[in-house]
Design a protein. Structure first.
Length: 214
């Protein structure tokens, strides 16, 4: 049985309730953290030094409901090669905010015009075992754009219906051995795309936020 995605008004309300907007900039809530250690206690030391990054969790308005924008990274990259991910990357010194960094990276990777993006808020900060502290910025694109992969970092741009992601049976728990230890993670299987790891963890956060009763 599938779960109906929230309409755009409820979607805005739920994201903003999770991370309220004040004026032109999001007002941060108290510390809320998720990470690869949610399913693997002790994997991450939250007091360690992390590199700050931001990703754009873009919701694209379609006739059949919102879709989530994702990319597949190119196979030649040193880190996370071939994996599905949100547009995003490291927050640089010249970025005014995590929102600015996420929009800049999305423009570089897939040609997204930031003027056509409405920032709604953010999900919980996510700590990745590889040493990144990621701020997931949730945005709405009401007028879909013609996007293209940059070919260097990204070799594919695709969308996943939010209705699919919100189905209880859409995700599964998987594991693999890493440095002699079994590591658990979520997986969303969508067509030819296996969405797993930190990206799947952030999608679970999104689904939980949007699935809450108002």
């Amino acid at each position: 049985m599938s779960a109906e995605p929230p309409d755009l008004a409820r979607l805005r309300a739920r994201i903003r309730a999770h991370s309220p907007l004040g004026g032109a900039h999001p007002v941060r809530r108290g510390p809320q953290r998720r990470g690869d250690d949610d399913l693997n206690p002790g994997m991450i030391d939250p007091a360690a030094a992390f590199t700050d990054a931001a990703v754009l969790v873009a919701l694209v308005a379609r006739r059949d409901g919102p879709h989530v924008l994702l990319t597949r990274r190119t196979a030649h990259l040193n880190a996370h090669a071939g994996q599905c991910a949100f547009p995003g990357g490291r927050i640089e010194a010249w970025d005014a905010s995590p929102e600015s960094a996420a929009l800049r990276e999305a423009q570089e990777e897939v040609g997204l015009d930031p003027d056509g993006v409405e920032i709604l808020g953010q999900l919980d900060t996510y700590l990745v075992r590889t040493g990144y502290r990621v701020t997931p910025i949730v945005a709405l694109i009401e007028r879909p754009q013609a996007l293209r992969a940059d070919g260097y970092e990204v070799d594919a741009v695709f969308e996943v219906p939010l209705a699919f992601l919100m189905r209880p049976d859409a995700r599964r728990l998987d594991s693999r051995t890493d440095r002699g230890r079994e590591r658990f993670f979520y997986v969303f299987d969508y067509g030819d795309y296996d969405i797993w790891g930190a990206t799947a963890g952030m999608l679970v956060n999104l689904v939980e936020v949007l699935g809450r009763e108002a």
